[in-house]
Design a protein around this ligand. Structure first.
Ligand code: R1P
Ligand code: MN
Ligand code: MN
Length: 412
């Protein structure tokens, strides 16, 4: 009697790990950006020595085809410590067709729902938010006022306004190049329930402005020198405007297990179970644990946010390099639990080159590194991240999605 293997898929989003400027990088001011290449070069040039040892060491990502993936995206060989050829992996890279280079667009697109409309943005550097919205927010959330009201980096703005915030009780509101309204507050000033209520009100009011996300950004600490953001960040995303692969999998009696901020990004739509975790190690612990208890037609969908939040936006090249190596080590452990009949896909949602000016994301190709599902070799340059959702649909033997082309069994 033949035993039919379980179909189980795992998608890990390495948040912001881009592999080279996309063909439309010019319209984002991102020509020349390349998150992974520039980190690897900085290590090779000895610029990343604090806490580490020369060339970047990513053996497990190399086994999955990281080097040829980067070659496809930027036509350069990234300098790494070892020379390892891919083994039983299908690798390529993908372009984004969504209008923005933000987290929401990237994740929705990979699950088959690219954002082809324009999000609303607050593009004035100061007095960024419409007066009418602020008046209504203050009134409805019963706030003493707000601080900030500008485009800022989240760690700098709490240094700048944190003490004033503690004295006045006014939350610090700021935005970025993304379609976001971010609310920073000290955990001793706003209780979790109050902060949640403020964010819900802001979320509701900002729907008419087409803002993708409201983000709660709590912090703790005694003074400007030691204010630190806590693990209690929460994203309030709008729900996807189209059916995603996640919805479809649930309709076909599958399950979607969200690890990290995935459930927030999809406003809980198409999610069966959510596992919250803080930091790369915990996120990988939870991913491995969830993966080991997978049933047939299960998708584990993980976002590793540290690369972006702690290192990309902070332009911390050394921290980024260390985090990539830390991830690679855990990837090695994870891969021991992957069978030939499984499908594992590693990708990213956008770039955030820590050597690039400013503190924003960068418009880049994303890696597509996959293992299992009976294939190996190059899957080339894909036209949209939605090829991931389409491939998952084929893998799970479900009706095709309306966007994207499957790369299952289509290596070149
Ligand atoms: O500077 P911080 O607060 O980390 O904010 C960053 O994180 C937001 C969401 O990823 C982006 O919009 C960017 O502004
Ligand atoms: Mn992101
Ligand atoms: Mn980001």
């Amino acid at each position: 009697m033949t035993v039919v293997p379980l179909r189980r898929a795992l998608v890990i989003v390495l948040d912001s790990v881009g592999v080279g400027a996309a063909p439309d990088a010019d319209s984002f001011g991102d020509i020349g950006a390349n998150t992974i290449l520039h980190i690897a070069q900085a290590c090779a040039d000895g610029l990343c020595e604090q806490g580490r040892n020369g060339l970047l060491h990513l053996p497990n990502l190399q086994t999955l085809g990281l080097v040829p993936c980067c070659q496809l995206a930027c036509n350069q060989t990234i300098p790494l410590r070892e020379s390892i050829v891919p083994k039983d992996a299908a690798f390529g890279c993908a372009k984004e067709i969504s209008t923005g280079k933000d987290t929401t667009s990237g994740h929705w697109e990979m699950m088959g729902a690219p954002v082809l409309f324009n999000w609303g943005y607050f593009s004035n550097p100061t007095d960024s938010f419409p007066a009418d919205f602020i008046v209504r927010l203050i009134e409805q959330a019963k706030l003493p006022g707000i601080l900030g009201n500008c485009i800022a980096s989240g760690t700098e703005i709490i240094e700048r306004f944190g003490e004033q915030h503690r004295l006045s009780g006014k939350p610090i509101c700021y935005t970025s190049a993304d379609s976001v309204f971010q609310i920073a507050y000290h955990e001793s000033v706003l209780s979790p329930a109050k902060a949640d209520a403020v964010c819900q009100i802001a979320r509701e009011l900002l729907n008419e402005y087409n803002i993708a996300r409201v983000i709660a950004r709590p912090f703790s600490g005694q003074n400007a020198n030691d204010f630190r953001r806590t693990a209690n960040r929460k994203d309030y995303s709008v729900a996807p405007t189209q059916t995603t692969f996640l919805d479809q999998l649930l309709e076909h009696q599958g399950r979607v297990i969200s690890v990290g901020k995935i459930a927030d990004i999809f406003a809980n739509k198409g999610i069966s179970q959510k596992i919250k975790a803080n930091g790369l190690e915990q996120l990988m612990d939870s991913t491995i644990e969830a993966w080991q208890s997978c049933r047939d037609k299960d998708l584990v969908f993980t976002n590793i946010v540290d690369f972006d939040t702690l290192y990309g936006h902070r332009r911390d090249v050394n921290g980024y390099a260390l985090a990539l190596e830390q991830f690679d080590l855990r990837l090695g452990e994870l891969l021991t639990h992957v069978k030939d009949s499984d499908l594992v896909i590693l990708t990213a949602d956008h770039g955030c080159d820590p050597t690039f000016p400013g503190s924003d994301h960068t418009r880049e190709f994303v890696p597509l590194l996959s293992k299992g599902a009976f294939q190996s070799g190059s899957i080339g340059i894909r036209e949209t991240f939605a090829d991931i959702g389409q491939s998952l649909a084929e893998y799970f033997d479900m009706p095709p999605m309306s966007n994207g082309k499957s790369f299952i069994n289509h290596t070149q």
